[in-house]
Design a protein around this ligand. Structure first.
Ligand code: KIV
Ligand code: NA
Length: 266
């Protein structure tokens, strides 16, 4: 298959072909997801929750993200690889943001970066794009702002926040974003945003009218038993199958059934 570029995903919107995206944080998972044919791989700062066991994405650092992103890049042949810029790596000054976006490209080898927010980061995004670094936006429930929101509830359910979100999406397109993630907003608002801009929207908990969909791979594989928001569809129950495999291994050791005569050396 041909390598997916930022141009590819923009063209997919023009041709009404839906875009598939999943997260990865390591080489093995990235390789599986890439070989399965996913178009975009996000090295999400959700690694903070999924890989490191934190409650939020706030503790993630540039060093953590560069490590995860470099592992993913080594496992990918065709997917477009985008990495999140972590909390406080792009909010202080546009110069610092550009420097960190550049590190993510040079040290990890990703094809672009994602960062959260609307109006407050528009100038920063323009600066990063100008330098030749593709940027994906992220609006709605932006997890780096969880302490401001105070809750993981659906965003933009009332008029002022919904109107602001549409304006933000237009500003992000103008600033040069090639795509925007819409997280946990009403489906009809996501539809309006998708129709209002010419770059693709990628939804998570944002209804079927987005140009593409993204889920956290560990969640959609059912590796996690506790996290079950309404938007999450589980395509497997890997928590159960992994638990069964580990328990069988333990039983085989205890019974002396592992290793057998073929699993040893003369
Ligand atoms: O960090 C992440 O996994 C994300 C996606 C859920 C969009 O930002
Ligand atoms: Na993220």
């Amino acid at each position: 298959p041909k390598k997916v570029t930022t141009q590819t995903v923009v063209e997919m919107k023009q041709q009404s072909e839906k875009i598939s995206m999943l997260t990865a944080y390591d080489y093995t998972m990235a390789r599986i997801v890439d070989q399965a044919g996913i178009e975009v791989i996000l090295v999400g700062d959700s690694a903070s929750n999924v890989m490191a066991g934190h409650d939020t994405t706030v503790p993630m650092t540039m060093e953590h993200m560069i490590y995860h992103a470099s592992c993913v890049v080594r496992g990918v042949e065709t997917a477009l690889v985008i990495a999140d810029l972590p909390f406080m790596s792009y909010q202080v000054t546009a110069e610092e943001a550009l420097e960190n976006a550049g590190r993510m490209m040079k040290e990890a080898g990703v094809h672009g970066v994602k960062l959260e927010g609307g109006k407050p980061v528009v100038e920063t995004i323009a600066k990063i794009v100008e330098a030749g670094i593709p940027v994906m936006g992220h609006l709605g429930l932006t997890p780096q702002s969880i302490y401001k929101f105070g809750t993981y509830k659906v965003r933009a359910t009332e008029k002022t926040e919904a109107e602001q979100l549409i304006e933000d999406a237009k500003s992000l397109e103008e600033a040069g974003c090639f795509s925007i993630v819409l997280e946990k907003i009403p489906a009809d608002l996501a539809k309006k945003v998708t129709e209002a801009i010419s770059i693709p929207t990628i939804g998570i908990g944002a209804g079927p009218e987005c140009d593409g969909q993204v889920l956290v791979t560990h969640d959609m594989l059912g590796l996690n038993k506790e996290f079950k928001p309404r938007f999450l569809r589980r395509y497997d129950d890997m928590h159960s199958s992994m638990t069964n495999a580990v328990q069988q291994y333990i039983r085989d050791i205890k019974s002396g059934g592992f290793p057998n005569e073929n699993e040893q050396y003369d």
